[in-house]
Design a protein around this ligand. Structure first.
Ligand SMILES: [Zn+2]
Length: 424
């Protein structure tokens, strides 16, 4: 089991979130940590390395990592931990330069189910990747207050507190300075920061990010306020647990995957509905017959944040299944398979928690408030591997700044480590 304290874990989570304003940066930080622990890259287009040890495979905003113990059987059991690297945000349009009334503005699309109001009046940075004509990609990250979506003064909309109405095409366009639109040229500005010429950039994937660093909150600092807890809290826990599991000489093959594009439905080449996880597991299994036997013995933990009981909106929750902060990760169930959990899968989760000495809670949504979904049902449908949906409770899910308990990240790491090495 990991020896790190809840304090160390939550600080390390905050560092991970700060290192990862976009899925590409989350993947780079994951690779940095994996390499430091001795994991080596398995190129997707290269010959498969079947020797024991830790490997990782990267495609764009998605990363997979696994540890094959020495003498692993051809019909080895996979213990998979699946999370997602992306978060709701505003994405810069291909031709971003716009503006009026003396303002330089940047055209954006909304990425995922963002709480739009939470992006108002925040000082925002810009990060992502730039592509050259030859297909090479350059990461970029601007961590100074550059953009802002300014709110309308209450004097100009006296009814605003009765219900804020935002049109994403008109009202979410960030300003990024003053001057004639023709001189705007956001991409020139970004190219300068990336050490490129503007005409080298033929395309880009750029999103805004919240600049206020993660911070402890509450009378005793018992909470963590941070951007992108959905779902970097799970990515961080899965990675940390994988490294701990690899050290403990498991009988199983622990596999971590952080998918991109969950917030927009997972249907993409690098999303959970795409082929990457199946491709890695199939190549790890070594043959068709072995693959089927391995899959039958395997299990997947689908980790994504859960809804903590909101004190001001308790009527939105099922009061017999409230999730509380710092009371352990939440087992998520849904009769209609919006979560993939079933009773035998739940038993595997409870076994991992018992082994790790971690408390756990059960969530089911209010019958009149349909819940969201996760990568769990998607990977379960693709692979037929028994899957359990879990995650730490948060408030303000999909806000630019979310809130979790400071103890829960360490609980999740400990339970995930026990799940990874569970031979049953
Ligand atoms: Zn999520």
């Amino acid at each position: 089991m990991p020896s790190s304290s809840p304090e160390t874990t939550v600080e390390d989570l905050a560092a991970f979130v700060s290192a990862a304003p976009t899925p590409y940066h989350a993947v780079a930080e994951a690779v940095r940590r994996l390499s430091e622990a001795g994991f080596t890259e398995q190129p997707e287009s290269g010959e498969w390395d079947h020797t024991p040890g830790g490997r990782y495979l990267v495609r764009d905003g998605t990363v997979l990592a696994w540890y094959t113990p020495p003498n692993a059987s051809p019909t080895k059991a996979f213990r998979i931990f699946a999370a997602h690297t992306d978060s709701p945000t505003l994405k810069i349009k291909p031709n971003p330069d716009t503006g009026t009334a003396g303002w330089r503005q940047a055209g954006v699309e909304v990425y995922g189910g963002a709480l739009w109001n939470s992006w108002l009046d925040r000082d925002l940075g810009l990060a992502g990747r730039l592509a050259r004509l030859d297909g090479t990609v350059v990461p970029v990250r601007i961590d100074r207050p550059l953009l802002r979506v300014p709110q309308l003064a209450i004097h100009l909309d006296r009814q605003v507190n009765q219900g804020l109405k935002l049109d994403p095409q008109r009202h979410l366009v960030p300003i990024w300075g003053l001057g004639p639109t023709a001189d705007g040229d956001l991409l020139q500005y970004v190219a300068d920061r990336a050490g490129l010429e503007a005409d080298e950039i033929v395309a880009h994937d750029l999103v805004v990010h919240e600049l206020t660093p993660p911070a402890r909150l509450g009378a005793d600092g018992e909470l963590l306020a941070s951007p992108r807890l959905d779902n970097l809290s799970s990515v961080h826990a899965g990675l940390t647990a994988l490294l701990a599991a690899a050290e403990s000489q498991p009988e199983t093959v622990p596999v971590f995957v952080g998918f991109d594009h969950e917030e927009v439905g997972s249907s993409s080449a690098t999303g959970a509905a795409g082929p990457l996880l199946e491709m890695v597991l199939t190549r790890l299994a070594g043959g068709a017959e072995e693959r089927y036997r391995s899959f039958a013995a395997s299990r997947c933990l689908s980790a994504d944040v859960a809804h903590a009981a909101h004190p001001n909106y308790l009527d939105r929750h099922d009061t017999d299944h409230l999730a509380h902060m710092n009371a352990g990760p939440v087992l998520k169930t849904n009769a209609n398979q919006r979560y993939a959990t079933d009773a035998p899968g739940a038993a595997a989760w409870h076994r991992a928690c018992a082994e790790a000495g971690v408390p756990s809670q059960v969530f089911v949504s209010h019958n009149n408030v349909p819940c969201g979904s996760t990568v769990g049902p998607i990977t379960a449908t693709r692979l037929g591997i028994r899957t359990v949906d879990i995650g730490i409770p948060v408030l303000s899910m999909h806000s630019a700044r979310e809130l979790c308990g400071a103890q829960d990240p360490a609980y999740l790491v400990a339970a995930a480590t026990a799940f990874f090495v569970d031979p049953v």
